[in-house]
Design a protein around this ligand. Structure first.
Ligand code: 13P
Ligand code: ZN
Length: 272
């Protein structure tokens, strides 16, 4: 089967293009990765041609011998739809979880996203916690979330509570809340470890003055989570642009009633 004809490939390209159209991917901003299913690998591996093994920079033993579709470093989301074979690649992880090699794509050279350590550490945590259900990790430069990191204290509880208040669907879509990583140098092991620690509790993590990471089972749920959080942030920025307080809002007891009716668990620490 041609890689371009598979459902996962079409879903990946569509999501990258949707993100571009949302305005979240200026220049080469943002990156996307998807962990392939065994049957997907088997249906396309006759088109693979293997490159050299390279160090990942972190060790991800739980991902040994897995395959990922990943955006390339320095590649523009804007181009993914028209030139996928130049913009994205499929990589294979070695049997120890220490190295990767490109088996398809990036035909004009290049390497996977510089945030590969964070993507793979998030995949490893989510594969373990969700019993393999989660397959997508997405990083975008979402304008309003970034703006909030200049005016709100960088605390999980404060970001979560403010965003929950911005739309009744928010606590239902991300009942576990969201995490916040203070400003750090991107692209390396330290920020990957800090993000992974929070991804053990949450499905989304803010990078202060930089963007947002979201994870999920499939492209729809992961894109939907990114979109819901960024839209809530946009509403909050609009509210704050009008006045720096709220005249009325969704109150702690309202969240408790919502949790009961929608059958979600909203931790009390977000409601104090
Ligand atoms: P890459 O082009 O290496 O994916 O980097 C973009 C980015 O958003 C870094 O955080
Ligand atoms: Zn980034």
């Amino acid at each position: 089967m041609r890689i371009e004809d598979t459902e996962f490939f079409k879903g990946f390209v569509r999501m990258a293009d949707d993100g571009w159209n949302m305005g979240w991917h200026e220049r080469n901003g943002g990156n996307l990765s998807y962990r392939l299913k065994k049957e997907e690998v088997e249906s396309i591996n006759s088109s693979f041609s293997c490159g050299e093994w390279e160090n990942i920079g972190v060790t991800v033993p739980l991902l040994a011998e897995e395959f990922f579709m990943v955006t390339g470093s320095g590649k523009f989301f804007r181009n993914v739809k028209d030139k996928p074979e130049d913009s994205v690649c499929i990589i294979e992880i070695d049997d120890k979880g220490e190295k990767y090699r490109i088996v398809w794509g990036l035909i004009n050279g290049g390497r996977p996203t510089s945030e590969l350590p964070t993507h793979l550490m998030n995949h490893q945590a989510k594969k373990r916690i969700t019993n393999g259900k989660y397959r997508v990790v997405y990083h975008a430069h979402t304008t309003n979330i970034i703006a909030l990191t200049y005016i709100l204290p960088l605390k999980d509880e404060i970001f979560t509570r403010h965003l929950w208040e911005m739309a009744t669907e928010c606590p239902v879509v991300f009942p576990d809340g969201i995490g916040v990583v203070e400003w750090m140098v991107p692209g390396g092991r330290d920020i990957a470890e800090a993000t992974e620690k929070l991804m053990e509790k949450y499905d989304a993590v803010v990078w202060a003055h930089h963007g947002l990471f979201a994870t999920g089972e499939d492209f729809d749920l992961t894109f939907g989570l990114m979109h819901t959080i960024e839209k809530a942030a946009e509403i909050l920025i609009k509210v704050f642009s009008t006045r720096f307080d709220k005249l009325q809002t969704i109150m702690p007891d309202d969240f408790r009633r919502l949790a009961k009716d929608f059958n979600v668990n909203l931790p009390e620490r977000f409601l104090q």
